[in-house]
Design a protein around this ligand. Structure first.
Ligand code: CO
Length: 167
């Protein structure tokens, strides 16, 4: 299966993805390997389904056990302590900024075999899953960046171009 990245300011990125039903699980299973390969080919450590135009609640993330698919992810709880880290996003090429997020999360999700799991994730994996879960809710990392490290001007340029294209 072929995928195409959707980049900002495409409005699809602001849509909330729908919950995956049991029926749709089989479909996700068939595309899972291509999806993860695409994420890696694009140099991503995480990819939310709406970033390739699929408005369903699943994401790919690189974990200690390798790249994995997380279906219907829900963050049940998270650490109180927040940590600052520089984030990028495949939908915002050349944009980077500092984002504060909880250091760890407890996630409930369905795995690619349809099993529901509850698991703790720390450090980079916790961050990636939080970033991608935000995507599934139509939230973007630019909403949370408190200091840009690269590419802040690009965002305005893209917004201006999108408005010009609409006219
Ligand atoms: Co992103």
């Amino acid at each position: 299966m072929q995928f195409k990245l959707i980049t900002y300011p495409n409005k699809i990125l602001r849509n909330r993805a729908k919950k995956v039903t049991a029926l749709e699980l089989a479909k996700i299973k068939t595309l899972a390997q291509d999806y993860l390969n695409f994420m890696i080919k694009e140099d991503g450590i995480g990819l939310a389904a709406n970033q390739v135009g699929i408005l369903e609640r699943f994401l790919g993330a690189v974990t200690d056990a390798g790249p994995q698919i997380f279906i219907n992810p829900t963050i049940l709880t998270h650490g109180l302590k927040k940590v600052v880290f520089e984030e990028g996003c495949l939908s915002f090429p050349q944009v980077y900024g500092l984002v504060k997020r909880p250091a760890w999360i407890i996630l409930r999700y369905t795995d690619i075999n349809g099993k529901t799991k509850i698991k703790r994730f720390n450090k980079l994996t916790a961050r990636v899953i939080q970033h991608e879960t935000d995507h599934l809710n139509g939230k973007l990392f630019i909403d949370k960046i408190f200091q840009y490290t690269k590419g802040e001007k690009l965002i305005e340029a893209w917004q201006t171009k999108a408005k010009d294209d609409e006219l």
